[in-house]
Design a protein around this ligand. Structure first.
Ligand code: EPZ
Length: 423
């Protein structure tokens, strides 16, 4: 298995192109199941999760034409002329939970779907009850059997008023897609407002659905009998942007994040200002710099527009080398502190109390052999390695490949001493 070797202590300086957002691309690819016409997505990142979604969709009969190119500028054309198989098998779903996003579109298009239950994952139990009850409210019958959700709607789905009991990105996306092919009007209240949800809704509108309230917590969808194909550019990845911003801050550097959308990162920019990190929106993206000291800040993760859980591990790595104490509270997932023991091995001082971690800044971290069990935890160890003195070797690099396009190249281009060791 590949490893990443980092010799830390060099300030990052230079330009980093920001790729299209993984978490927007995955539901957008699933949306291709809603129409028999081609859906073309541009700014497609080259990631393992994108390949997995491709494999899943190909199994349903989707024709896929993919053009790869550097810097997140790839494109894919997905044509679901005919759905040949409505089963999303365990072997794919267990690899990537976002596979569950095919449930709504398959059911809405064909009246039937069998999707494996994803099960727990490294960051929490992550149930899918909101997806199921939402689709049931649209008239689906869903039975849980043999580890699969067996969903049926032989007479098609019918619009309904749904109030989510909890904000869920994936459930909002599944329901948005299903409602776009349902008869009549659907209202989704307490919907997720993440930019990736808005991106999906915008694409569904271009495919012919009528959706009001995009970007708000109440979405009103008037479904159509059929949807058409379109071409859509995926939004820039705000989590990748935030990750490189924190890498620059951790190393006392200065980077220009090309193509980044500062607005999608407002909570992060507001949080990191008092820490001593400067952000400047430019006509090419976002400049991030940390020229002076780094100060401890308190952060609590929340659904958008709050501070994203997908940047919690990275901000913790940053705070390990800040002056003073920081309190980092995770409210979205119950088990998302797996980076803590590894950061401790690098000399950090962190105490976890339930959902909060008290970080006492240390003078410096020292390189070590580390590994993590999920994507964001892994990248937080890369940030720690960049800030640390000495050599850090990160194992289980495949987690990084799921969500960061050309990570070593982007960092090396800014002066980081980082390389992939192939085995
Ligand atoms: C999306 O996951 C992202 N994945 C995650 O990114 C991200 O961490 C998460 O949203 C929160 O922002 C994709 O977009 C592909 P949720 P999702 O449903 O949709 C609970 C990354 O690193 N819940 O918004 O699965 C759930 O357990 C990944 O890129 C239910 O209780 O997240 C969690 O506590 C990891 N029942 C909370 O809601 C449900 O039916 C939010 O989860 C669904 C969710």
């Amino acid at each position: 298995m590949d490893k990443i070797r980092i010799r830390g202590g060099r300030p990052l300086k230079g330009d980093i192109p920001i790729s299209g957002a993984k978490n927007a691309a995955l539901p957008l690819m699933a949306a291709a199941l809603l129409t028999d016409q081609p859906l073309t997505l541009t700014r497609l990142p080259d990631l393992a999760d994108i390949a997995t979604m491709g494999t899943l969709l190909a199994g349903h009969g989707v024709e896929i034409e993919r053009v790869r190119s550097e810097g997140g500028q790839g494109r894919v054309t997905l044509t679901a002329k005919q759905i040949t198989d409505t089963r999303a098998p365990y072997d794919v779903v267990r690899k990537m939970r976002a596979s569950v996003l095919v449930l709504g579109p398959l059911l809405a298009r064909t009246g039937t779907a069998e999707v494996s239950l994803p099960g727990g994952c490294a960051i929490g139990t992550r149930p899918v009850d909101l997806h199921i009850t939402g689709l049931e409210a649209l008239g689906a019958k869903i039975e849980l059997k043999d580890g699969y959700m067996h969903a049926r709607a032989p007479n098609g789905l019918v619009g309904a008023h749904i109030v989510f009991s909890k904000v869920s990105v994936g459930a909002t996306e599944n329901l948005l897609m299903a409602a776009s092919l349902a008869r009549g009007e659907t209202v989704l209240a307490n919907a997720a407002r993440e930019p990736e949800v808005a991106d999906l809704a915008t694409c569904l509108v271009a495919m012919g659905a009528e959706i009001d309230g995009i970007g708000t917590s109440t979405l009103t969808i008037r479904g159509r009998d059929r949807l058409n194909g379109t071409q859509h550019a995926i939004v820039p990845d705000r989590i990748e942007t935030g990750t490189y911003a924190m890498a620059a801050a951790a190393t006392g550097g200065s980077v220009h994040l090309l193509g980044a959308d500062a607005q999608a990162l407002t909570a992060v920019i507001d949080a990191l200002g008092p820490a001593g990190v400067t952000f400047t929106a430019t006509n090419r993206g976002l400049k991030v710099e940390r020229a002076n000291g780094l100060h401890g800040i308190d952060v609590m993760t929340e659904p958008y527009p709050g501070f994203p859980t997908d940047l919690q591990a990275q901000v913790m790595a940053l705070m390990t080398v800040a002056e003073g104490a920081s309190l980092i509270t995770e409210t979205i997932f119950e088990n998302r502190f797996m980076h803590v023991p590894e950061l401790l091995r690098m000399g950090a001082s962190i105490t976890v109390h339930g959902a909060s971690a008290l970080v006492r800044g240390v003078d410096h971290l020292t390189g070590a052999q580390v590994m993590a069990t999920d994507l964001r935890a892994s990248v937080s160890l890369v940030l720690a390695g960049l800030a640390a003195s000495g050599e850090t070797t990160l194992n289980r690099v495949y987690h990084l490949d799921r969500g960061y396009e050309a990570l070593e190249q982007k960092l090396a281009a800014c002066g980081a001493d980082i390389e992939r060791v192939r085995e």
